[in-house]
Design a protein around this ligand. Structure first.
Ligand code: PMV
Length: 322
């Protein structure tokens, strides 16, 4: 047998970032850029990984040394996840892991969550261990916490369940939003966001001004709940307004940036219903809700303002075997 291949999608945060780390809900959609991971047994006591798209070639480690010395970024999640897996389901021989990525990790579409989920799905299947989505989430989320210490797990859930989901951490609620399409334009600022640093910034703001920050989180949660309803009813103008409000709170939290604000402004001026940053902030992408008639105009405006329009399909399928 030559191994098992699984793939998982990247994600795009719609509303609720940061507040979701503190137990509030968020809305996230899966994007049609995927990572494929193939896992096979290698008959040796070695973990071997080949991930050329993530800048990793011929990486190997003996099983007893897994995740002891900090692994390089491209392999971190997979290595920690494999270690967790072996603690729970010990095996005598190691594996070969190969990945193929359809997207650049620079855009913030969640390559680490996608690679973790695709790997976990392929690995468990290789050993004929049947995990349901909740169990798969548990295994992957553990690895995220091992590596980062923080994170709501929204990206892991998005990679597993796919589609567009209303999410309360850690996968306490995962509810599919029944939509066929999501009329968004996605603009990349050209700047890579540093998610753990931004999470820590909000943490320190929260420690200094707990009541004020909790108040903002409660406001965000209210907007997320209204947005879920608006999306279900295809009230895109209302969704745009809610995104604008969410963006104002994110600015209060000091996670927006000059570039994000510039792209948002350009999109709204060109006729978008609303725009906001997507994800941790500080860079990465912004999203704008548009009517079909103004899409081209909004895309052009984003480009003139210095952004790159990302051609992605949203509401994509979750993790699957290939
Ligand atoms: O930067 P991204 O796209 O991975 O989004 C981070 C979203 C946060 O809410 C800030 C963190 C999290 O784990 O939910």
């Amino acid at each position: 047998m030559s191994g098992v291949t699984a793939s998982a999608p990247g994600k795009l945060m719609l509303l609720g970032e940061h507040a979701v780390v503190y137990g509030h809900p968020c809305l996230v959609t899966a994007v049609n850029q995927r990572i494929h991971v193939t896992v096979e047994k290698n008959g040796k006591d070695v973990f071997y990984m080949e991930a050329p798209d993530l800048g990793l070639n011929a990486y190997s480690k003996t099983i007893e040394n897994l995740a002891i010395k900090a692994p390089p970024p491209a392999v971190r999640f997979v290595e920690h996840l494999y270690k967790r897996f072996l603690q729970r389901w010990p095996q005598r021989e190691g594996i070969i892991v190969k990945t193929k990525s359809e997207f650049s990790s620079a855009f913030g579409f969640g390559s680490s969550s996608a690679v973790s989920v695709a790997f976990a799905k392929a690995l468990t299947s290789l050993y004929e261990i049947n995990l349901n989505n909740d169990e798969l989430f548990e295994l992957c989320y553990q690895a995220v916490l091992d590596v980062q210490g923080v994170g709501s797990g929204f990206d892991i859930a998005s990679a597993i369940w796919g589609g567009t989901i209303y999410y309360v951490p850690p996968a306490q609620v995962v509810r599919r939003v029944a939509i066929e399409e999501l009329p968004l334009v996605v603009g990349y600022t050209g700047i890579k966001a540093d998610t753990p640093t931004l999470i820590r910034m909000v943490q320190s703001l929260h420690a200094d001004e707990p009541e004020m920050v909790e108040g903002w989180f409660t406001q965000i949660a209210g907007l997320v709940n209204k947005a879920e309803k608006a999306m279900g009813e295809k009230r895109w103008d209302e969704l745009g307004k809610l995104m604008m409000k969410n963006q104002s709170v994110l600015r209060e939290l000091q996670v927006s940036s000059v570039e994000l604000n510039r792209l948002n402004r350009a999109a709204v001026k060109a006729g978008a219903y609303g725009a906001k940053l997507s994800g941790a902030g500080g860079g990465d992408c912004m999203i704008a809700v548009v009517q079909t008639e103004v899409r081209a105009k909004v895309e052009k405006a984003i480009e003139i303002a210095g952004g790159e329009v990302m051609k992605v399909e949203l509401n994509a399928e979750g993790a699957r075997y290939e």
